[in-house]
Design a protein around this ligand. Structure first.
Ligand code: GDP
Length: 424
């Protein structure tokens, strides 16, 4: 019996949703502990194809309780729309299989507006925000200028609290950005439309997890994004505004003392990156377009073409260290089947020197990739389910990665479907 975290090792979009969907049958509880609706986990199963933004990926499994912890950016409007979409496809979402921490803070309508206004102000220096309000939300949370979901249970206090926030926020919206600002009536309407919908799902997550731990329930922590987007350990300022690292999971879930026994780091067989920031191994032109097409690398939330390149050993090893990954799930190996030879960014060159250490963010734009090549296998491997049935060259690639990433590769994924997986 163990608690596990499934985390992204790189820039996000590694295929975490697919791994959580596969592994949830071994767990009783799946919890999202950070981030908001700014990323998308794509899950394909017998009920259809889904892009989950805020809901935990365990929502498809009967008997699994899904929790949104205090660390998430709780956007009740978009959460409700996501719930309705799932219901329309026959997925059951009830207060029995979805619980929302009453300590999660609310992403309010002005957060999304401010995100757009600030990105527009930054113009060509923008951070590449998805404009879902995440950065303004977390800034407000840390300066204690938003409300906790549990306040929905105390309407009079909530009203007074919102009125104070409104006065302050309107100063910023109007004086800094020249926007219209909000009225109390708009806010109250928003709360009664969207806040009320999620009220039945609220719970004391600390108590829920204390009981779950006492009953030896198995808990799966599901992170959003990846190590290199972590606010403290990523490529700041091109990071997200929360902590996707496994160490934060118990804090953001609801019971900081929970132990994580296993950290499964999800790594894609090549590199992709959505948004801005230095991306050392980036490819351009035809080479990039071919890989992007082969891997269908377009953002689940935004549809933006992802930046692509070969596996980056330096960044990935750093990502593994930051997460404390105990094993790796390697995804999308099938995508590389078209290549004659498989390129890997084996080292960086920085200031004329070879290095295997991931540079400090301010030095990263000067790093250059040092590429090595392995043999390709030039065969469709998407039907393979056993390690020994993989072509020799594909096994050698996986073994090369395992050795250089210094972490065991336990799962190899060769397709998006639930069963397209090789266990080692
Ligand atoms: P996440 O946010 O980390 O869950 O990643 P995304 O959902 O944004 O991106 C992963 C994409 O790759 C999804 O469209 C998955 O269905 C797909 N996918 C996951 N694993 C595999 C695989 O092994 N092979 C292929 N071809 N697609 C995969």
């Amino acid at each position: 019996m163990s608690n596990s975290a499934i985390v992204g090792i790189n820039w996000g979009d590694e295929g975490k949703g697919r791994m959580v969907d596969l592994l949830t049958e071994q767990y009783d509880v799946v919890v999202r502990h950070q981030g908001g609706g700014n990323a998308g986990h794509t899950v394909i199963n017998e009920k259809g194809k889904f892009a989950l933004h805020l809901l935990p990926s365990g929502i498809f499994r009967e008997g699994v309780v899904n929790v949104l912890g205090n660390g998430v950016a709780l956007d009740c409007e978009n959460l409700w729309k996501e719930i309705e979409e799932l219901r329309a496809k026959g997925v059951s979402v009830t207060p029995d299989n979805l619980k929302i921490s009453d300590r999660a803070s609310l992403l309010l309508p002005w957060h999304r507006e401010l995100d757009g206004l600030e990105e527009a102000r930054l113009a060509d220096k923008k951070y590449g925000s998805t404009r879902q309000g995440i950065a303004p939300f977390y800034s407000d949370k840390f300066q204690k200028k938003t409300v906790m979901a549990g306040e929905l249970r105390y309407p009079e206090r909530l009203k007074a609290h919102l009125s104070d926030l409104l006065e302050w926020k309107n100063l910023i919206l109007r004086r800094v950005y020249g926007a219209d600002g909000y009225t109390m009536e708009q806010l109250t309407d928003w709360v009664s439309t969207w806040g009320e919908k999620i009220r039945p799902y609220l719970c004391d997550a600390g108590k829920f997890f204390r009981d779950a731990v006492a009953q030896r329930k198995r808990i799966l922590f599901e992170a959003q994004l990846g190590s290199l987007r972590d606010l403290d350990y990523g490529i700041y300022p091109y990071t997200t505004s929360s902590n996707p690292v496994a160490a934060y999971a118990p804090v953001g879930a609801g019971l900081p003392s929970m132990k994580i026994d296993e950290v499964i780091g999800v790594v894609k067989a090549y590199s992709t990156c959505v948004g801005e920031g230095p991306f050392t191994c980036e490819w351009f032109g035809d080479e990039a377009e071919q890989l992007r097409k082969a891997g269908a690398e377009y953002g689940a939330k935004t549809g933006r073409p992802r930046r692509v390149g070969p596996m980056d050993i330096v960044a990935t090893r750093y990502g593994i260290q930051v997460q404390g990954a105990t094993c790796i799930a390697l995804t999308k190996l099938d995508v590389l089947s078209y290549m004659e030879r498989i390129p890997v960014c084996a080292h960086y060159r920085l200031d004329g020197e070879l290095t295997d250490d991931f540079p400090f963010p301010a030095a990263l734009p000067d790093a250059e990739p040092v590429t090595e090549y392995l043999d390709g296998w030039k065969r469709d491997i998407s039907g393979v389910r056993k390690w020994e049935d993989l072509p020799d060259a594909a096994r050698k690639y996986v073994e090369y990665l395992e050795k250089n990433l210094e972490c065991p590769i336990r799962y190899v994924s060769v397709g998006p479907e639930r069963d397209a997986i090789i266990l080692r």
